[in-house]
Design a protein around this ligand. Sequence first.
Ligand SMILES: [Zn+2]
Ligand SMILES: [Zn+2]
Length: 360
Amino acid sequence: MRPIKAAICRAFGAPLTIETLHLRPPGPGEVEVTLGAVAICHSDISMAEGAWNQSLPAVYGHEAAGHVAAIGPGVTGFAPGDRVLVTLIRACGRCPTCAGGHPTICRTKPGDGDTPLFTAAGEPVHQGLDTGAFAEAVVVHHSQLAPIPADMALDAASLISCGVITGLGAAVNTARIRPGETVVVIGAGGVGLNAIQGARLAGAARIIAIDMRADKLEAAREFGATDGVLATGDKPWRAARQIAGRAADAVLVAVGSPAAYDSAPRYLAPGGRLVMVGMPHSGQTARYEPMSIALLGQELRGSMMGDTVLARDIPWIVDLYRQGRIRLDELISGRWRLDQINAAIADTKTGAARRNVILF
Ligand SMILES: [Zn+2]
Ligand SMILES: [Zn+2]
């Protein structure tokens, strides 16, 4: 057992506490990674508030990067010292969805519920989103890792593990945006900015960002939005339609707000695709008219982690970053220590931050 410092959630809605936990060595198919950076994602905050009815105590954090410390029996392709991304995409590689090229929705995740984390007294600690990365080190399934270049900074790299692939992937893999299309992205936070980058890479002619805050619309322009509309105005879908001269071929919802989901079909053109990325809390619902969706031949589609295939998608994302064609460093709005995590979470909750990153 390796003693590690971790930020643990013992009660929903209460501050995380920094404790020394014990991490068991990697078992078959697993890898131990010493983390250099973990970013705070809105999903971590939702979980710490009990939004999805998970078990406690738990360690959250799932947007991480570090170095391989040890490999378990049967793992090939990784060696101690390798620089890697740590994601929550745990996949068997053999079930129908994995075999069909969609590991983010694997049906038979290996080792589900088998936590490697324990308190000093031996009490098991839930590994949030199969990762538990608000900690100095993690033990995860090898399918969750992707190699990155040895000279890549770990703070920028950590962002790729969730927010970047979720946004870019929603645009490129799920919405399959084509050159010349009109795209609306609702929510210009960490994921939304990456959906905007993805739409730009895919050649969208108009990329219209919708947000409650004017400063976020400004940020959206830096990442490739051609236009911005304040969601607080009257019927923002009308303004969006006026800007582009038409409704949107693709609408990506990058916030977990039911109100955003209610309004999303209003931006959509006949035959358009509505891609659901942001995750509301369990039990929250959206309202739309099925008749209208049917009549207009529209598509509603969920996008889990951008439908990413790590071995296919991480190399090109890293390459585009190194060419200066996608922005990662600009996504970081603050760098914090692990013992400052509650302040970093509070800063994220204000809505002003892009991504706050904990450095180890
Ligand atoms: Zn996330
Ligand atoms: Zn699978």
